[in-house]
Design a protein around this ligand. Structure first.
Ligand code: MGD
Ligand code: MGD
Ligand code: SF4
Ligand code: MO
Length: 693
């Protein structure tokens, strides 16, 4: 094909459709995107692209994109707006935030972001630090931080799977990488590892694509992963399958761990997990004798109040089998030479942040620096531990993604001031006083995976102009920081933020874009030189720090809530392959693939309930009731229900708040009990019932 006039193809990396990372080739003609392809030369994704990646062009041109700042012009949520200039909008936001800070203190303003997508997450933290607020809120209590913080406390780092080296066994645990590309661990890397001969064990309540090709599939009861991990530890210890040299020299608290796991016999664990004792013993043997073996751990482990302790138990498994920091195990890649996170966010501006955060009043882990949403909502509604009056929300849709949506709605409505920056009008933005139109991928120079532990950052250069007056979030935050009087901590031009990140590498953004990817080295068994980065220099099965802070110093299991006659089924969920959480229901190409919210039931369950495939049913918990359409599947246990997550209906219109509560799974979730360490609610193992309507 002869390329059209003014046609060019730019290499970039996919972003903001999940955690991003697939290499892309984006072709434009006369300033319009005409084609998006997977980049076969990308060392991360080797040409892979999914339907969301392909939908990037439609996201850019969608007629519903927000194009100008909007001020509320009528009652909250009534859908009446006045379009204003950036100057007027930012002037108003700065005035109101400043006034609230003067009246009630900087801590009464909370800065919130959803799943981190690019540099704006860190610029937001910088703004909060400059403003003086210790309260940055986000989904980290259910997303990565249970794994990361338990990793840091146990061994001084967050161990990620090493797909670049040969591995004998992949223990895929609560992760659906083929569909989610979680954290930029591109699924094609898992596929390559499997093709080169790695065995696969899948631990998942659902027989998914991976389970189909696995050597074994453990169809676990939702929410019981912690019990399984303790049970595997017991078998490995009692049958002498552990790495004795490593345990002796490099771990602390083996005797205490051994005692802790004693009660978790294969028979008891089988009862708790709905597995068989044979499956448990077999999995323990397979993982312990395959050298090396890695654990692909996923988000499902982080969706119960037991999140932190479950992750602790998995870390003990990695350590006890000698699979930490070795090729083909779970490792700590080195970061490329970029700015230190603490420097970039200017943490030094707020040295006593940990003491002042809302979380402090709830005695969460003192090194967990993001306030979990349930605690922010409680503070808004109760004024305890102090009043919260304003919320700046970017790249997030709390009304759909925070647990206990009704309380979220009440809390948002009762705020003195709510600002939302998004690319579309959402149910959350509809409740705001000011809505700011954001630019997204392809529309500004961005970089990805700064702050994540995978050892690379990628360039995501601007390819087209943003629609209308939309600005990149980093530009909005930079302008807001300056308008609030913190110019000394911000930049003349927001693009300097990127240069600041890259400064230690000696590269300009242009040179970085040429390279595309900046990777750090891989250096295994680093502990041999200086030990692990814990107080003892060892892997701490027993953590004196946790004990001192008032938490269980050994990995523990708390059972999920029991089912009952009223609520006889166990509800769980997974990420939808065609959407990113609550986002992109308005993109036709994606909506066509999955047009309705779907609840999945086992055919036997449906038969008992006299429910047919395709029927709309009610799903009910103590917290509320929603509706979704039934699909029948034998891939799940008859006692389990899979509920679709993230549903609202952009086509319904703002007057009905896009029917935000009709099919939204978080209407069903509650904030009691919350995990003690990180405030994690129960999103994956809650009792429910399904009814005919
Ligand atoms: N019940 C239940 N609840 C969950 C989960 C679950 O599995 N079950 N998962 C949890 C997890 S892991 C997470 S990470 C959270 C996610 O929670 P959120 O991050 O709040 O989820 P999203 O729906 O992706 O919200 C992102 C919003 O950003 C907008 N957006 C996209 N690109 C841009 C951009 O460049 N700039 C701006 N300003 N906006 C943009 C989108 O339009 C969308 O409205 O939800 C959590 N909640
Ligand atoms: N398409 C798409 N991709 C995404 C996202 C998205 O919204 N859509 N979100 C991104 C984000 S922020 C995150 S955090 C990641 C999450 O990505 P993943 O870690 O893959 O998480 P999920 O898809 O939520 O769930 C993974 C698996 O957990 C299983 N599961 C459910 N309950 C349980 C349980 O109790 N125990 C066990 N062992 N398994 C269980 C589900 O069946 C599913 O196969 O995905 C990212 N990528
Ligand atoms: S898997 Fe994720 S990064 Fe890759 S193309 Fe799809 S949305 Fe983009
Ligand atoms: Mo997430």
């Amino acid at each position: 094909m002869v390329p059209a006039k003014n046609s060019k193809t730019i290499k970039t990396y996919c972003a903001r459709m999940d955690h991003g990372g697939c290499g892309l080739l984006v072709t434009t003609e006369n300033g319009k995107i005409t084609r998006i392809q997977g980049d076969p030369e990308s060392p991360l994704s080797h040409g892979y692209i999914c339907p969301k990646g392909l939908a990037g062009a439609a996201r850019h041109t969608h007629p519903d994109r927000l194009k100008t700042p909007l001020l509320r012009d009528g009652a909250r949520g009534a859908g009446r707006w006045r379009a204003v200039s950036w100057e007027e909008a930012l002037g108003l936001v700065a005035d109101r935030l400043h006034k609230i800070r003067q009246e009630s203190g900087p801590q009464s303003v909370v800065f919130a972001q959803g799943a981190p997508k690019g540099l704006e997450h860190f610029v937001l933290i910088r703004l909060a630090n400059a403003f003086g607020s210790p309260n940055v809120c986000g989904p980290q209590h259910v997303c990565h931080m249970p794994r990361e913080l338990s990793g840091v406390l146990t061994g001084g780092f967050f161990p990620v799977p090493d797909y670049d080296s040969h591995t004998c066994l992949i223990l895929n645990w609560g992760s659906n990488l083929l569909r989610t590309n979680e954290e930029g661990i591109i699924s094609s890397r898992l596929n390559r590892s499997l093709k080169s001969g790695a065995d696969l064990i899948v631990i998942d309540p659902r027989k998914n694509h991976l389970a189909d090709i696995a050597q074994s599939h453990l169809q676990i009861r939702p929410g019981s992963d912690g019990a399984l991990a303790l049970g595997l530890l017991r078998v490995i210890i009692e049958e002498g399958l552990y790495d004795k040299a490593f345990v002796e020299q490099w771990t602390l608290g083996f005797a205490e761990l051994r005692e802790r796991v004693q009660p978790y016999t294969p028979e008891l664990v089988a009862e708790l997990t709905w597995l068989t004792p044979q499956e448990i013993v077999h999995t323990a043997w397979s993982y312990a004798v395959s050298k090396p073996a890695l654990i692909q751990w996923g988000n499902a482990l982080e969706h119960t109040p037991n999140s932190f302790q479950t992750c602790r138990a998995l870390l003990c498994l990695m350590a006890i089998t000698g699979n930490l920091d070795v090729p083909g195990g779970n490792i700590m890649p080195e970061m490329p030479p970029v700015a230190r996170l603490a420097d970039f966010v200017k943490a030094a501006l707020l040295p006593d942040k940990a003491r002042k955060m809302i979380s402090q009043a709830h005695r969460l882990l003192p090194n967990f620096m993001v306030v979990p949403p349930p605690l922010v909502l409680r503070a808004i509604r109760s004024g305890e531990p102090y009043p919260v009056r304003a919320l700046y929300v970017q790249v997030s849709n709390p009304l759909l993604t925070y647990s206990q949506s009704r309380e979220t709605a009440e809390a948002l409505k009762s705020l003195d001031f709510l600002v939302a920056a998004d690319i579309f009008m959402t149910p959350t933005a509809a409740l705001a006083d000011v809505v700011l139109p954001a630019a997204t991928s392809f529309e500004f120079d961005d970089l990805g995976h700064f702050g994540l532990a995978h050892g690379w950052i990628s360039a995501r250069p601007q390819i087209v102009d943003p629609p209308g007056e939309a600005w990149p979030d980093i530009r909005i935050l930079n302008a807001l920081g300056r308008a609030l009087g913190h110019g000394e901590h911000f930049w003349e031009d927001y693009r300097q933020a990127l240069e600041e990140v890259l400064q230690p590498s000696g590269l300009t953004y242009g040179q970085f874009q040429e390279k595309g990817l900046l990777t750090g080295g891989k250096n295994y068994s680093k502990y041999l030189e200086n030990g692990f980065k814990t107080p003892s220099g060892k892997i701490e099965f027993f953590s004196a720090r946790l004990e001192k802070w008032g938490f269980d110093p050994l990995p523990a299991f708390t059972a999920p809530p029991e089912i009952s006659l009223d609520y006889p089924l166990v509800a769980t969920s997974r990420k939808n392959p065609y959407y990113f959480h609550s986002a992109y229901r308005q993109l036709e190409a994606l909506r066509k693939k999955h047009p309705d919210p779907i609840v999945e039931l086992h055919p036997r369950t449906a038969q008992i309930l006299k429910i047919a495939a395709g029927e709309e049913v009610a799903i009910v918990t103590k917290a509320g009731r929603i509706r979704q359409k039934v699909r029948l599947t034998e891939n799940i246990d008859p006692r389990v229900v899979y509920i679709d997550y993230g549903w609202w209906f952009p086509e319904i219109g703002i007057e009905r708040l896009f029917d935000w509560d009709r099919s939204n799974i978080n209407i069903l979730t509650a904030d009691e009990p919350l995990g003690r360490e990180m405030g994690t609610p129960n999103l994956r193992a809650f009792p429910c019932r399904v009814e005919k309507i």
